[in-house]
Write a protein that binds this ligand. Structure first.
Ligand code: FES
Length: 162
């Protein structure tokens, strides 16, 4: 039985975008489906809260490759929060539809992306944690230096008076 793939699905299968790996990724995840046996690996590079680069490796079917290809094209440049909300239905729409037996491939792609984002947040810290750290740093450095200098000056003056 031949499945009815759209031209866009076939194109993304034959010439997938963003295939490969990223060395030292900020986030990484592997996801698989026990029923069909397909697998995807996602690699993320994140800069200033945005997905700077995303790549994937596939050990799966034509739609597994096509869905990951289309999704990675769309989420590149998105903020982490935007990418987290990227729906699998959008992938199906972008491909012009998928045979119903293959819709789960798009669900696996977004689940894999979310897993890689969760790994990034675990490694780097959630956006809230990063914001807190950035807010603390300048307070410590700016106030600490003048206080130290003033104390040193006062000690020298006291010594001279004795
Ligand atoms: S058949 Fe399972 S991911 Fe494609």
């Amino acid at each position: 039985m031949a499945l009815n793939y759209t031209k866009k699905t076939v194109d993304n299968f034959l010439k997938p975008k963003n295939i490969g790996r990223i060395t030292n990724p900020d986030g990484y995840a592997q996801i698989g489906n026990m029923v069909c046996g397909d697998q995807l690996d996602f690699f993320l590079k994140v800069e200033k809260g945005k997905i700077k680069d995303v790549k994937f490796l596939s050990f799966g079917c034509a739609s597994n490759i096509a869905t990951a290809s289309v999704m990675t094209e769309k989420v590149k440049g998105m903020t982490i929060e935007e990418a987290k909300k990227y729906p699998w239905k959008k992938i199906v729409d972008d491909l012009g539809g998928l045979p119903h037996q293959k819709v789960h491939c798009s669900i696996m792609a977004v689940d894999g992306l979310k897993k890689a984002i969760a790994d990034y947040e675990k490694n780097i810290g959630s956006p809230k944690v990063v914001k807190k750290v950035k807010a603390i740093k300048p307070v410590i450095t700016k106030k600490a230096k003048p206080i130290v200098k003033k104390k040193v000056v006062k000690k020298k003056v006291v010594k001279k008076l004795k």
